[in-house]
Design a protein around this ligand. Structure first.
Ligand SMILES: [Zn+2]
Length: 194
């Protein structure tokens, strides 16, 4: 695992694009990017994701090949890239959302949108529900795939990553907010995204 810049991420994604596309086509899909929280601590890293974003927005990669198949998103790992925030330990989805003592930070949310913009640009996919999904949305098959039963907030809620970005926000707003923020960064790239 190593810390990388957004421009290094762009190179990694460009290098993996053809292999990701081929793997996706083999599954009858398009390239997907999935956005998670780890449900672990800040500073706690997991090899199940390609990319990790720590508390202050530091970006890490666990691989030099983003087409490597990780165990991040049930039955959806071929032809996909998994990004996770190191956050949300002890978060609970009950009658309201409790993101626990280590919720996603603004720095993490901001970097996630920048990472999304770099990935969408480098992989040449639009930031729509077919290509950019939170794990909450993927778990509940918001893109229309039927290869697994729903296991998100609409079902047994086994996974609900980024159902909201912040406590008090509307249920399932996390994905729309992320995609909107990605579009914003596509039009307003930071210096190291270019
Ligand atoms: Zn997840």
């Amino acid at each position: 695992m190593r810390q990388i810049t957004l421009s290094e991420l762009r190179s990694l994604a460009e290098n993996a694009k053809d292999a990701l596309n081929q793997a996706a086509v083999n599954q009858g899909r398009c390239i997907k990017t999935y956005y998670h929280w780890s449900a672990g601590h800040y500073g706690q890293f997991f090899d199940d994701y390609h990319l990790l974003i720590d508390k202050d927005g530091e970006l890490y990669t666990t691989t030099e090949d983003l087409s490597e198949i990780k165990a991040a998103t049930y039955m959806r790992n071929s032809g996909s890239v998994a990004v996770s925030l190191c956050a949300a330990y002890n978060s609970v989805l009950g009658s309201s959302v409790d993101l626990g003592p280590e919720p996603p930070t603004e720095a993490q949310l901001n970097k996630m949108a920048q990472v999304g913009a770099v990935l969408c640009n480098a992989l040449e996919v639009p930031p729509d529900i077919q290509h950019v999904l939170t794990h909450a949305e993927a778990a509940d098959n918001f893109d229309g795939l039927t290869t697994h039963d729903p296991y998100g907030p609409n079902a047994d809620c086994e996974r609900w990553d980024l159902y909201v970005l912040r406590e008090g926000e509307e249920g399932y707003s996390g994905g729309n907010n992320l995609r909107g923020n990605i579009v914003w960064y596509q039009y307003h790239p930071t210096a190291d995204m270019q």
